[in-house]
Design a binder for this molecule. Structure first.
Ligand code: FMN
Length: 173
């Protein structure tokens, strides 16, 4: 056993319809491949950030915002987050825009990034699939606006960047 440990990293997410949860799992998978001590969990299952050295926090976008549970999580853990290495991601656009250009964080998420001094933010495409909850979701699907615009390789490439940035950061456990 080495004297120093890999940074203990949490990938926390808020996902109403499951697609951001899957992105979070893809990120965690890469961090583990890169020998980081990584876990993935919905924000509702994370009572404290004390066990972690680094946090990746992401949520699906709804009407230009993260769901309330995600912004509440960032507010509640603001102190811990501002002392850790933090990356944020959003998942949303139901078209190819996120694959074609870099999409800025929505204002509420940009504020969180500033408050916690996040090391980065990225917007990934989203997914809207049959079975999504809510009237608007069902209308969008009826109008042919559904689809999966997530790019797993882009997600994995971003996770590799995080792993590279965390290389050499000593873990506390
Ligand atoms: C009612 C509704 C509102 C949405 N609003 C936005 C939005 O403002 N911006 C955006 O980029 N995507 C928007 N989307 C697309 C979602 O962000 C996308 O489906 C995302 O992958 C959902 O993540 P989840 O499955 O983890 O909940 C919206 C989808 C629905 C159903």
């Amino acid at each position: 056993m080495n004297a120093t440990h890999a940074p203990h990293t949490l990938v926390a997410y808020s996902s109403k319809n499951g697609s951001t949860a899957e992105i979070a799992r893809w990120i965690c998978e890469v961090l583990r491949e890169e020998h980081l001590d990584a876990e993935v969990a919905p924000v509702s299952d994370v009572p404290s950030l004390a066990p972690y050295d680094a946090v990746v926090l992401g949520a699906g976008l709804y009407a230009g915002r993260w769901p309330a549970e995600a912004t509440r999580f960032a507010r509640r853990h603001r102190q811990a987050l501002s002392e850790q290495d933090v990356w944020l991601f959003s998942s949303g656009p139901l078209d190819s825009s996120a694959a074609e250009r870099s999409i800025a964080a929505v204002p509420g998420v940009a504020r969180i990034a500033t408050r916690v001094n996040a090391r980065g933010h990225i917007t990934f495409g989203g997914r809207l699939a049959e079975g999504a909850r809510g009237l608007i979701a069902r209308q969008l699907l009826k109008n042919g606006k559904g689809g999966d615009f997530r790019d797993r390789e882009r997600v994995r490439a971003w996770a590799h960047e995080i792993a590279a940035a965390l290389a050499g950061v000593p873990g506390k456990r």
